[in-house]
Design a protein around this ligand. Sequence first.
Ligand SMILES: Cc1cc2nc3c(=O)[nH]c(=O)nc-3n(C[C@H](O)[C@H](O)[C@H](O)COP(=O)(O)OP(=O)(O)OC[C@H]3O[C@@H](n4cnc5c(N)ncnc54)[C@H](O)[C@@H]3O)c2cc1C
Length: 462
Amino acid sequence: MTQAPALSAEARRFLEKTFPGDAAVTSPEEMFVYGTDASRRHAMPTAVVRPDSVEQVRELLAFAEANRLPILPRGRATNTVGDCIPVTGGIVVSTARLNRILEIDPDDFVAVVEPGVVTGDLQAALARERLFYAPDPASVKFSTIGGNASTCAGGMRAVKYGVTRDHILGIEAVLPGGELVRFGGRTHKNVVGLDLTRLFVGSEGTLGLMTRLTVKLLPLPAATATLALAFADVDTALTAAGDVFRAGILPAALEFLGREAMVAVAGISEVPWPAEAGAVLLIRVDGSPAAVAADLRLLETATRPAGPVWSRPAATREDEEALWELRRLLNPASFKAAPDKISDDVTVPRGRLREAAAGIAAVAGELRLKILFFGHIGDGNLHVNIMHDAADPDERDRAQTARERILGLCLALRGTLSGEHGVGLSKLPFIDRQLSPLERDLMARVKAAFDPHGIMNPHKAY
Ligand SMILES: Cc1cc2nc3c(=O)[nH]c(=O)nc-3n(C[C@H](O)[C@H](O)[C@H](O)COP(=O)(O)OP(=O)(O)OC[C@H]3O[C@@H](n4cnc5c(N)ncnc54)[C@H](O)[C@@H]3O)c2cc1C
């Protein structure tokens, strides 16, 4: 266990007074848990608090600013890039108790929520009123709205509905020093002044601590259907995906699994596709029942020329869910494929996907590594998992080389290092390959305007 930086007597007294009872976590064993996230890195926090009011957050950020104590906002720690790791120690602020749905307004089509609300819980509450919050990261059942906003989470439906940034209308946040700010509002349009709401979204906890979010709602689509298709190889599957758009269909989700990803899922679950297939597409459409039925037929026609080796339409909730659950199993399945993995979520322009996939396969072959790739290909977003055993120095080096080459390949295709997971710690060493010195300097100056002493989630993101 790494040693946490010591807390001064004054800071200890402040935390005990402001966070009485179990609102402060004090035992080293419990604090240890708050030192990690889904990146599987770890550093020991100096202290952990679980506020349940905005006032507590304000007092904390005033004290932290005066005493230059790092603040690490934390939702459910499902980010994969090390965003929640207290690399310099500091106070982890869990939003687990800021988890109330404050308002659902079916006339304004907005909901107002605290940041610790689990996104899937909000979606379930909205569905009961035939309302819909569109962003749906695969972690929807266990990640929070605050975490999703802070990482600008994407997900399966982004291809049709956009990413989290497109659905956050207003933000209330506490800045270092304790000032409470409110950006945006509850209108679906707003162009007055610089868009500080959108700036906060995707800022990876580096500007302030969000305490309330106003999100945009849509009517719940009355029907959905899914078409699952298997192809002989990756290139044919990606050609078929392009045919979907060319046929004039905008799917609600368009997911892709490469061969290694299919094998990994088959290792932990029954799968319906033939064992010899080389790639799978899952395509969902939504809308009125008549439109969905028509789109499903159109999908079958549009993808036929590519020659699927297997197909399964699913129009009932149970049948669809069985297919989408296989997609959600990818993350746990990948952990069975090798002791360690390097995960990236590179994104390329949609038209360059086939080149990206061919390049990744070539890297895997040349470096003799298993690379699981799958993703939200409707957005050109590929999740690349370089499987290896880090205990073997040669394999670890080859995995690092593979990562360098894949990131370089995607940038060369005019892509981005991250489509949805963010930079955190894990992509920071590569950020200069994408951002110019001027861009980085401007970002540092923007941060300084909100956080002059750099206490918010230091050494992360940009
Ligand atoms: C199985 C699995 C599947 C996933 N699928 C997807 C996917 O499909 N799409 C996708 O985009 N991501 C995905 N992720 C990544 C992850 O779920 C997202 O990044 C998610 O948005 C993180 O939410 P969280 O509540 O866990 O936030 P955390 O991981 O706790 O925090 C993430 C960031 O948000 C900041 N933060 C949290 N709350 C606040 C607040 N109130 N104010 C200011 N900053 C705050 C933190 O400081 C940190 O920088 C997946 C992860 C896993 C493990």
